[in-house]
Design a protein around this ligand. Structure first.
Ligand code: CP
Ligand code: NVA
Length: 301
């Protein structure tokens, strides 16, 4: 089994992952050592930068008794053009699972096709499933459930937005997305994600409409990795798509402000809101560790 996108999972799968992650978090806080992945090795192939995803996966392996090997695109033969299908087959002879962070989603799909061991998407241009699964854990820790919650997405219709869309569709919560024209989630992707769901997933006309009465306010950078050359144009297009105190005041009083990080203060989110009492961003970052453990155990044992 692979984990390439949230829609690879059922509602029961996600509930089980959240429960296991919460249990592992509790055991870790109590200092109870774990050894479920003793002798197992995780390979990480990253063609984009990372702090959280890399360190949380590596630490998760060590804390479960296993090991991890990090390979940056630059230093490996991947960076010199060795075909993905060759790399995937070779790596699968060494390691027990692979985390891949790359550009095109087709690249991670090709790894999965040719690898005999599970492939986990550590972020592509289209999806960031492990982040959103741990974000669901963060929400459930505070609210007990995601059912009946109103979630808002403000900003770019990017990989994070896509994974939130799939999470809403699978778990059945309402999601309102406010994105500038030209930066909406792909219409065909959105329509396809919504097939058969009872969730109300809609693109709305303004940030205010998305934020009104929201339980969760979510945003992400205006220019993602690989879009650096578009930064100047994006700063103009996204000017009014910011989570600030005025936007926060429209949401529920105890609304959670979420950001996968890294954040650009003064762009998609203001300093006061990021550092304020509604922000849960540091818990989100911590929960990456606990959710990665649950994902690894599920795929490897
Ligand atoms: N949120 C996230 O994936 O962070 P990194 O890019 O640091 O891994
Ligand atoms: N959308 C961002 C997320 C970073 C974790 C990016 O792809 O760069």
């Amino acid at each position: 089994m692979n984990l390439l996108k949230v829609a690879d999972l059922t509602k029961d799968d996600i509930v089980a992952l959240v429960e296991r992650a919460a249990r592992l978090k509790g055991l870790h806080k109590k200092g109870v050592p774990q050894s479920s992945l003793l002798g197992r090795v995780l390979g990480l192939i990253f063609e984009k930068s990372s702090t959280r995803t890399r360190v949380s996966f590596e630490t998760a392996m060590y804390q479960l008794g296993g090991n991890a090997i990090f390979i940056s695109g630059r230093d490996s033969q991947v960076g010199r053009g060795e075909p993905i299908r060759d790399t995937a087959r070779v790596m699968a002879r060494y390691v027990d699972a692979l985390v891949v962070r790359t550009f095109g989603h087709d690249i991670v799909e090709e790894y999965a096709l040719y690898s005999d061991v599970p492939v986990i998407n550590g972020l592509t241009d289209l999806h960031h499933p492990c982040q959103v699964l741990s974000d669901i854990l963060t929400v459930i820790e505070r609210r007990g459930t995601v059912e009946g919650l109103k979630v808002a997405w403000v900003g770019d219709g990017n990989n994070m937005a896509n994974s939130w869309i799939e999470a809403a569709a699978v778990l059945g919560f309402d999601l309102k997305l406010a994105c500038p024209k030209g930066y909406l989630p792909d219409a065909a992707f959105l329509a396809n994600a919504c097939v058969g769901t009872k969730a109300k997933i809609e693109v709305v006309g303004s940030v205010e409409e998305a934020a009104e009465g929201a339980d969760v306010l979510n945003t992400d950078v205006w220019a993602s990795m690989g879009q650096e050359s578009e930064s100047e144009n994006r700063i103009l297009a996204f000017e009014n798509f910011q989570i600030n105190s005025a936007v926060l005041s429209l949401a529920k009083k105890d609304a959670m402000v979420m950001h996968c990080l890294p954040a650009h203060r003064g762009e998609e989110i203001t300093e006061d809101v990021l550092e304020g009492p509604n922000s849960v961003v540091w818990d989100q970052a911590e929960n990456r560790l606990h959710m990665q453990k649950a994902i690894l155990e599920t795929l490897l044992t």
